[in-house]
Design a protein around this ligand. Structure first.
Ligand SMILES: [Zn+2]
Length: 227
């Protein structure tokens, strides 16, 4: 069970279908690894029929969420089924290497290829990243792979950043983060992750200009929590 979870605000926004696509990908990947957040989200989804629909802006079609959870219920299902993101079915390599197998199924489907086939580029020695093209406006989505013991330079993009750990782990001033953990970081605070010794740390990272991630949530959340 992960130690660092998604906020209720993000789970509610996801249940309402009002999250941008990159953040939705983080959410659906986290709940694959986190029974607690999945249960909480299902609670919000149960509310969705009566309450959330009244206040949520137009977002994902209602069917998208149920499609996603149908997939989560059936992790062992094969290729060729309907994709909740509307993309072509992912091919399923015959030989899953362990690192690919540790990527949550929704993210694997989204990538549609092995990790090794992504367009990795070196950031600094020991840190690589691969961009993932999503319909997220200015939100940047990428996988980061940090070799054991390597420190990631402090970020300078000035926006919020959401990180989901997929393999390995890292520590920063905020604590230790391991597989399944989510960190929402404001780069104005001390955020300089250092990867654990042992296996490489693979993370899904989305980043944005200030307030872009929280803005759409805050707009409808306030009336919600007055109930
Ligand atoms: Zn969780």
């Amino acid at each position: 069970m992960p130690a660092h979870h998604l906020s209720d605000e993000i789970l509610m926004a996801y249940a309402a279908g009002s999250l941008p696509e990159p953040l939705s990908l983080v959410v659906v990947s986290h709940v694959t690894l986190c029974p607690a957040c999945r249960a909480q989200m299902e609670t919000y989804e149960a509310l969705g029929g009566s309450l959330i629909e009244e206040i949520a802006p137009v977002g994902l079609p209602d069917s998208a969420l149920s499609d996603i959870f149908a997939r989560l219920d059936d992790e062992a299902s094969g290729p060729g089924e309907a994709d909740p993101w509307g993309r072509a079915p992912a091919r399923t390599p015959a030989d899953h290497r362990s690192v690919d197998g540790s990527v949550p199924r929704p993210l694997r489907d989204y990538l549609g290829q092995d990790l090794s086939a992504l367009n990795w580029r070196s950031v600094i020695r020991g840190v690589e990243e691969a961009e993932i093209a999503l319909d997220g406006g200015e939100v940047r989505t990428r996988l980061m792979r940090i070799q054991p013991g390597v420190a990631v330079p402090k970020h300078t993009h000035g926006g919020e950043e959401v990180t989901l750990v997929l393999t390995g782990g890292y520590s920063d001033a905020g604590g230790h983060y391991a597989r399944g953990d989510v960190q929402v970081a404001d780069p104005t605070v001390d955020h300089q992750p250092v990867a654990d010794p042992g296996e490489p740390c693979l993370c899904l990272v989305i980043s944005d200009a200030p307030l872009k991630l929280t803005g759409p949530i805050g707009r409808w959340l306030n009336p919600f929590i007055t109930y």
